[in-house]
Design a protein around this ligand. Structure first.
Ligand code: NAD
Length: 260
């Protein structure tokens, strides 16, 4: 379905970004990877995606906290794979602390990586999408773009910002073939969440299994994790013709978290 399209997925060396990159590649999209990680492991990942799905790939290691590197990333993806048709803003980090203890450097990093990077990629990618009158922008926000939790002030502020940015861009592109939407996942078992489970197990002196159960039990009524493939398939749907009039949505995929 996406044969001949190019998808740039930020933070796609791990977790949700990798799941979305795989799902888009399965539909035939060429993939521009981004994210941190071991160079050999990233090269192996690219080879595996090429061999499995028969698509082209490239990689650029832009630090998503740095606007100049972000512009280089978009130009690299467009130059190497022939234009960015699908932009998935996924790179993100977390820091958990009470607001009065929150390190200022962590606040700045979370706002830069989780929110401002989305502005910079969209600004750089939109002219090409407009020239082709087709584009799909999928911002990976969070259920924390819709509701808050304690100890996550920077993350919640950034993700609410992503939902707002999504709506503005959707309105600015409403009469074009470009759509902009946000996906708002609940708990997904990725390295970002595994760290929170490990911290919880250490603080509460419980097993990893008990920490995982209590983390889910507090917020996610399904008591089960969302999977990266489920998020990938929703991204594919948003990129399909059926998604052409879905504009400015903040679509929660959260095991019932936001329904409470
Ligand atoms: P992850 O830690 O598994 O992956 C994060 C990716 O972002 C990695 O590829 C990493 O290298 C990259 N990254 C981090 N900082 C970067 C930087 N400065 N420049 C470039 N790349 C950078 O995390 P994940 O759980 O897959 O999270 C992906 C996105 O999904 C994040 O935006 C996160 O906020 C969001 N999210 C995650 C969950 C969850 O439960 N895991 C829930 C809701 C939303």
């Amino acid at each position: 379905m996406l044969k001949g399209k190019t998808a740039l997925v930020t933070g796609s060396t791990s977790g949700i970004g990798l799941g979305i990159a795989r799902a888009l590649a399965q539909q035939g999209a060429n993939i521009a990877f981004n994210g941190f990680g071991d160079a050999a492991a990233i090269a192996k990942l690219q080879q595996e995606v090429v061999a499995t799905y028969g698509v082209r790939t490239t990689y650029h290691g832009a630090d998503m906290s740095k606007p100049a590197e972000i512009r280089e990333l978009v130009a690299h993806a467009a130059g190497t794979l022939g234009g960015v048709d699908i932009l998935v803003n996924n790179a993100g980090i977390q820091h958990v602390a009470a607001v009065e203890d929150f390190p200022e450097e962590r606040w700045d990093a979370i706002i830069a990586i989780n929110l401002s990077s989305n502005f910079h990629t969209i600004k750089a990618a939109l002219p090409g999408m407009k020239a082709r009158n087709w584009g799909r922008i999928v911002n990976i926000a969070s259920v924390h773009g819709l509701v808050a939790s304690a100890q996550k002030s920077a993350y919640v502020a950034a993700k609410h910002g992503v939902v707002g940015l999504t709506k503005s861009v959707a309105l600015e592109t409403a009469t074009t073939g470009i759509t902009c939407n946000a996906i708002c996942p609940g708990w997904v078992l990725t390295p970002l969440v595994q760290k929170q489970i490990d911290d919880r197990a250490a603080q509460q002196k419980v097993s990893g299994d008990d920490a995982r159960k209590s983390l889910l039990g507090e917020k996610q009524p399904s008591q089960d994790f969302v999977t990266t493939d489920q998020l990938g398939q929703l991204a594919v749907f948003l990129c399909s013709p059926a998604g052409a009039q879905i504009r400015g949505a903040a679509w929660n995929v959260d095991g019932g978290w936001y329904a409470q």
